[in-house]
Design a protein around this ligand. Structure first.
Ligand code: ATP
Length: 326
């Protein structure tokens, strides 16, 4: 009910009477009063004026489960949402939930990660109070070889979510980094569990740098946060809600063919590497070429100096610009 009260007060933008809430939610006045008091304890500024009702001051962000629930407006993505003040890693938690039978769409969100991870065992810097760390649980019925494409679907959803929330125009560095003016704003880690030859579940983890912060060496040269570009604070719950809203239709389109065919153009329109010289850091040997786009399976197409085209699979490979990160 707390999330519903928040959503109602926010939508009205003015006073809402206690009686109206009782009627709407079919609860007693005491129950409404208790819920309001708990929201106040969580940090919301809510005025109570007799004969007028309750008023929510809109300015502050209170990042938590009620805020998230009150903003997530989807059919299934982000439902339910579990929020943690601090956690080892949202991916690890999502995997535990998945093993215990949690349904597709379950979302784990944290304010801080103590063991945030990136691809190939790298760390993801995850300080408290500033950023977004979440993991979405999916249970697609498809061949495991296609799972890496879900990262690309999420990258597109994150880019769209940032676009809508911040009015910025982020780009995607293949396969799954979001960049603004060449700086890394967001990273992702997709992991899956198999049962025989089938996917048991997939977790897609996302870390987005949002508030102003000092990045430690060695990432300070390549990392940036959204607020550096917006010039004002970004509401993290709104951002997550918008990403979930973008993800649903993109995922539906992905499921039509179980590949990128339907959303390839959208992805390529945002691809920062397109028609740029790239260095492919392949464990079998580094090479350079010109990135031309992706194929239907989400692999990067790199034109080599001799005219041949190499298809690069996301799994083990990083891509860099010739003279810098992008
Ligand atoms: P890349 O191509 O940048 O190496 P990747 O996709 O292989 O990226 P990710 O899993 O996305 O790697 O991210 C891990 C890497 O990102 C780390 O090794 C570190 O260099 C960098 N990094 C860690 N934390 C952050 C952060 N908060 N913001 C930006 N970059 C970060």
């Amino acid at each position: 009910m707390k999330a519903k009260i928040l959503a109602l007060l926010r939508e009205r933008g003015g006073y809402v009477s206690g009686q109206e809430m009782c009627d709407m939610f079919q609860v007693s006045r005491t129950a409404v009063w208790k819920a309001i008091n708990q929201l106040k304890k969580e940090g919301y500024r809510i005025d109570a004026v007799s004969n007028k009702g309750y008023f929510l001051h809109p300015e502050e962000e209170v990042f938590g489960s009620h805020e998230l629930e009150s903003r997530i407006d989807t059919a299934w993505a982000g439902r339910p949402v579990h929020f943690f003040e601090t956690i080892d890693s949202t991916n690890l938690r999502a995997k535990l939930e998945a093993e215990a039978g949690a349904k597709q769409g379950t979302l784990i969100v944290a304010d801080e990660q103590t063991a945030g991870r990136g691809r190939r065992g790298r760390d993801w810097e995850s300080p408290a109070g500033k950023n977004v760390y979440f993991t979405l649980l999916l249970r697609p019925e498809m061949d495991p070889g296609r799972a890496s494409m879900l990262t690309l679907v999420m990258a597109l959803a994150v880019a769209e979510g940032i676009q809508k929330t911040c009015r910025l125009d982020p780009q995607i560095k293949w396969p799954n980094d979001i960049v603004l003016e060449g700086k890394k704003i967001c990273g992702m880690l997709t992991e899956m569990s198999l049962e025989r030859d089938y996917i048991h579940y997939v977790v897609v983890g996302v870390g987005i740098n949002v508030g102003l912060q000092c990045f430690p060496e060695p990432i300070s040269a390549t990392a940036a946060c959204l607020q550096e570009f917006t010039g004002k604070p970004v509401n993290r719950a709104t951002l997550i809600a918008e990403i979930m809203k973008s993800f649903e239709p993109l995922y539906d389109r992905f499921l039509q063919t179980y590949d990128m065919r339907e959303i390839r153009q959208l992805y390529e329109d945002k691809l920062v590497n397109r028609n740029r010289q790239v260095r492919v850091l392949d464990p079998k040997g580094e090479y350079t070429g010109t990135a031309r786009g992706i194929n239907d399976r989400g692999e990067l197409l790199v034109e080599l100096p001799d005219g041949r085209t190499e298809t690069v699979y996301a799994g083990e490979v990083s891509v860099r610009g010739l003279y810098g990160y992008t």
